[in-house]
Design a binder for this molecule. Structure first.
Ligand code: N1C
Length: 249
């Protein structure tokens, strides 16, 4: 028994970064009933392994997009900017809305950090470039590429949650502003419904100047709406799934 225990402990210690990240990735992938998660992992890994971690463009993830099965959920797609926690607290409790992280495309990597190194076949999870250290880092390029795929699929009435507690709820430099909004297409989409999430003393509402830029960037033919919803109201809705889907705002 002791020998087995020692062997297991040594095995765990030797388990390297590649295997840890891969384990998490594959476990999450399997929750989506994907038939070949190894294939999805291989496509993901080839984007950055053996490369300089500042030289991974978003196109490097094209094979990953091709390998990961993804079906759009018309009228239920939820985009967001600077509201990650609020959005997920809200969507976790019901199946009314689907964020990118609720699909296999986003779920496999949510909250993770990874990169490769020139001349190595390993995946590293520490000492990787941060979001702003260089533009073409593996994590940032990943989110750009999967966000583009998610937005390309946007159909029907689409929702976006923005943060009414900051002075500029819409930023053209965010992934929402620079990638997703630009790919919304009026042949598939009816409307964009902005939900401005406010706290007790809102800093911004639907009349905020930054929203003019959003409207200007929106494809002609897509209806634009904006509604202010308090965080308290959102909480109430998510605790009451019947009203969450249809009549929360
Ligand atoms: O730059 P943002 O917001 O506008 O990006 C949010 C936008 C959403 O609509 C998502 O579809 O882009 C997509 N997206 C994610 O799904 C996602 N999950 C985790 C973008 N970024 C995502 N992250 C991490 O959040 C990412 O690693 C980066 O650090 C933030 C970007 O969030 P933001 O600036 O609030």
């Amino acid at each position: 028994v002791l020998i087995v225990v020692i062997a297991v402990v040594v095995g765990l210690v030797l388990r390297n970064n590649t295997q840890q990240l891969k384990g998490t990735f594959i476990d999450r992938c399997k929750k989506f009933n994907v038939s070949d998660c190894q294939k999805v992992w291989d496509a993901f890994e080839q984007a950055y392994v053996g490369r300089d971690p500042c030289e991974v463009p978003m196109e490097a993830y094209d094979p990953f997009i091709a390998a990961a099965p993804f079906e759009p959920a018309c009228n239920r797609m939820m985009f967001w900017s600077k509201t990650k926690d609020v959005v997920h607290e809200f969507t976790a409790k019901s199946d009314c809305f689907v964020t990118l992280e609720d699909t296999v495309l986003g779920a496999v990597a949510d909250g993770l950090t990874w990169c490769g190194k020139k001349g190595s076949s390993e995946t590293f999870t520490t000492d990787c470039p941060g979001w702003v250290d260089c533009v073409n880092n593996p994590v940032r390029s990943f989110w750009k590429r999967v966000s583009a795929a998610f937005a390309d699929a946007a159909c029907g009435n689409v929702t976006a949650m923005l943060n009414g507690s900051i002075t500029t709820p819409f930023s053209s430099q965010s992934i929402f502003g620079s990638i997703e909004l630009k790919r919304f297409n009026s042949t598939r989409m009816e409307s964009l419904n902005v939900v401005m999430v406010t706290q007790k003393n809102p800093v911004a509402n639907c009349t905020n100047a930054s929203l003019k830029m959003l409207k200007a960037e929106l494809d002609n033919g897509i209806q634009y709406y904006c509604k202010e919803v308090s965080e308290a109201q959102l909480k109430e809705c998510s605790n009451n799934p019947q009203i969450t889907c249809g009549a929360c705002w």
